[in-house]
Design a binder for this molecule. Sequence first.
Ligand SMILES: Nc1ncnc2c1ncn2[C@@H]1O[C@H](COP(=O)(O)OP(=O)(O)OP(=O)(O)O)[C@@H](O)[C@H]1O
Ligand SMILES: [Mg+2]
Length: 212
Amino acid sequence: MSAEDNVISVQDLTKSFSGRTVVDHLTMNVRKGTIHGFLGPNGSGKTTTIRMLCGLLTPDSGSGTCLGYDIIRDGERLRRHVGYMTQRFSLYQDLTIRENLDFVARIHGLTKPSQKVSDAIERLGLGGREKQLAGNLSGGWKQRLALGACTLPDPDLLLLDEPTAGVDPKARREFWAQIHALAAGGSPFWSPPITWMRPNAATRSPTWPMAS
Ligand SMILES: Nc1ncnc2c1ncn2[C@@H]1O[C@H](COP(=O)(O)OP(=O)(O)OP(=O)(O)O)[C@@H](O)[C@H]1O
Ligand SMILES: [Mg+2]
């Protein structure tokens, strides 16, 4: 397997907060076109790792690339190609579903934003709810909206941070069906490798370096 087959390749990533090591020499390679999960108890550094992988947080030591970009030096360019679904709902509660997606489309400067938003609404089964305020949605529908928002710009990599925590089993199944459909690819240009982070389920799991 060549280095180009890896969408994420990091070596010895370490991060401490206030003298406490929360990510301890994490080495990980994730191949293109895979759905990859990693596990760890609360506070074990999963979110911290995701933030380092997309260049939002600088590791204290270690190095690596994500989508071929250096995670320390090229964070800004890297983030244009990554869809990051944060652990906490981070869209606007007082905007409707469509307004939230329109906003995301415009800040990414997408061409034909209105059409792309309509397609995303259709794809994620959000049709008929477009005028509902995000703040009034149930947890499962919020997750769908968040997934719609982070996939709208056609990212090359999705980083999902506990995307189905607190979601009922039916909504969870539907959510993962959406993820698998996205991974399978609706077009030749849409075949993102997907990395997700949530406890209790994984198809592949690297060794997780537990912080003491
Ligand atoms: N910006 C920060 N400043 C100080 N401490 C932080 C910061 N970010 C994370 N931490 C601490 O680092 C540790 C790891 O946090 P992190 O959120 O990465 O864990 P996690 O594995 O995602 O946990 P959870 O399963 O609860 O989401 C925690 O003890 C947390 O309080
Ligand atoms: Mg977390």
